[in-house]
Design a protein around this ligand. Structure first.
Ligand SMILES: *[C@@H]1O[C@H](CO)[C@@H](O)[C@H](O)[C@H]1NC(C)=O
Length: 420
């Protein structure tokens, strides 16, 4: 009997955003535009109820950010959530970059200003710290007593843009936000860190790859610095209609937000800026030890990059992309090809002894933030190893971690996301 865990996402929570579509099609949300994509990402990061009450951490506004031009899309100051380290973790720092899609046009950046992804005004002022951010050793064995920071995402370009659009009162200051946050945290004690980990999930996981070496260069050589990208390995893949949905979207983000200014020169010397926004073209240039944690059938990429409504106008992928159990054999084959492309893209990366990998054959997205996927009695495993142990063993050099799962449907430990 299959013991596969299924996690149903209540998509109706964001029904207001898609109500005009729901009115036509009943209760089924169509996650076809990048407006709705933001809603999908919000629902994906919704915390599962955990047995114990999570630590709630208030937001801190970044001092003097506005004076440095480090502002959210709407000009408000950015913020972060900080819980101080203690005991053996007092001089260890974890910086976790929040995710939440991108904005690639004036129109959807203007919309984003009215959400928590584009304005301080709309951010939750307190967030639960779970998974890699948890303060409990039984939930987070290696990082629970570190100084832990969650940097909020309000620029729409993975903390890398630098520009503005005056006519629409849009500020694209992701790079400045990143730098202002690091500067403030350095002054709060991070400059004395003896070890530091930059992590992030989804758009934040992409940012942790892009900024990994920059982060490493901010510390003396004696500091142990590493980076973790969770669900940040966005592939430059062909969608179900033979198009390049994600490349087109990334192209818009890069151009609109002037991202090329802050992409690694080592990549730009060889490729166009949009290509250099894709991790597959960046990881070979990263010098700082990097760990890639990703589901081989990343739920966001399946829905928004491979089979978005625009690439599937007849809706033949609708059932499969929201519930893997409803895929037919040719759809499964398409998804296996996607996994093969991912594995192929990390071959060279995998060869380096400093890198880490945990690529499980699940339909998931962001497995380090949620307690149930990071470290729990029934959390996902590869070779009996949960994500938290894999990342901890790699960070502390206890073991070499190159965990690549067998192909779907062999893994019975997944917490697959199913959308209603
Ligand atoms: C799977 O479903 C797709 C879309 O409905 C269809 O085009 C394809 O022929 C099906 N394949 C098989 C093997 O049934």
């Amino acid at each position: 009997m299959m013991r596969m865990k299924v996690f149903v996402i209540a998509a109706l929570a964001f029904a207001s955003l898609v109500s005009f579509i729901s009115a036509i099609h009943g209760s089924e949300p169509h996650l076809s535009s990048f407006f709705e994509d933001n809603a999908l990402l919000s629902s994906l990061s919704t915390q599962q109820p955990s047995q114990s009450q999570p630590l709630m951490v208030p937001i801190t506004v970044i001092n003097g950010a506005a004076a440095k031009g480090a502002v959210c899309l709407d000009g408000t100051s950015p913020g972060y959530h900080f819980h101080p380290g203690s005991g053996s973790g007092a001089n260890s720092w974890l910086i976790h970059l929040e995710g939440g899609g991108w904005c690639n046009t004036i129109r959807n950046c203007v919309f984003r200003k009215t959400t928590r992804r584009g304005s301080f005004k709309f951010m939750e002022k307190t967030l639960p710290f779970t998974g890699i951010l948890s303060n409990k050793p039984e939930e987070n064995p290696d990082f629970f007593n570190w100084n832990r920071v969650k940097l909020r995402y309000c620029d729409g370009a993975s903390f890398t843009g630098d520009g503005e659009n005056e006519a629409n009162q849009l500020q694209f200051r992701g790079q400045k936000i990143w730098l202002a946050a690091i500067e403030e945290l350095m002054s709060k004690g991070m400059q004395k860190a003896n070890q530091a980990l930059l992590s992030g999930c989804s758009a934040g996981g992409l940012a942790s790859i892009i900024h990994c070496d920059e982060f490493g260069s901010m510390f003396p050589k004696s500091t142990k610095v590493k980076c973790l990208s969770d669900a940040g390995f966005f592939l430059d893949a062909v969608d179900v209609s033979g198009g390049h949905t994600l490349r087109n979207m990334f192209g818009g983000v890069v151009t609109l937000q002037e991202v090329q200014k802050n992409l690694p020169k080592s990549c730009l010397n060889q490729m166009d800026p949009t290509s250099c926004f894709f991790p597959q073209n960046l990881i070979q240039h990263v010098q700082t030890p990097l760990f890639l944690l990703n589901a081989a059938y990343d739920a966001w990429q399946v829905q928004e990059s491979l089979a978005p409504r625009s690439a599937d106008p007849s809706g033949s992928w609708k059932d499969c992309k929201t519930n893997h159990a409803k895929c037919n054999s040719s759809q499964i084959q398409f998804l296996q090809d996607f996994r093969n492309q991912m594995l192929n893209d990390i071959k060279g990366f995998s060869g380096s002894s400093a890198t880490g990998l945990f690529i499980n054959s699940c339909f998931a997205h962001c497995q380090s933030e949620r307690q149930d996927t990071w470290f729990a009695d029934d959390s996902p495993l590869i070779n009996d190893m949960p994500v938290a142990i894999a990342v901890g063993d790699w960070f502390f050099d206890r073991k070499t971690i190159k965990a690549i799962d067998c192909a779907y449907p062999c893994d019975t430990t997944c917490h697959n996301l199913v959308f209603k």
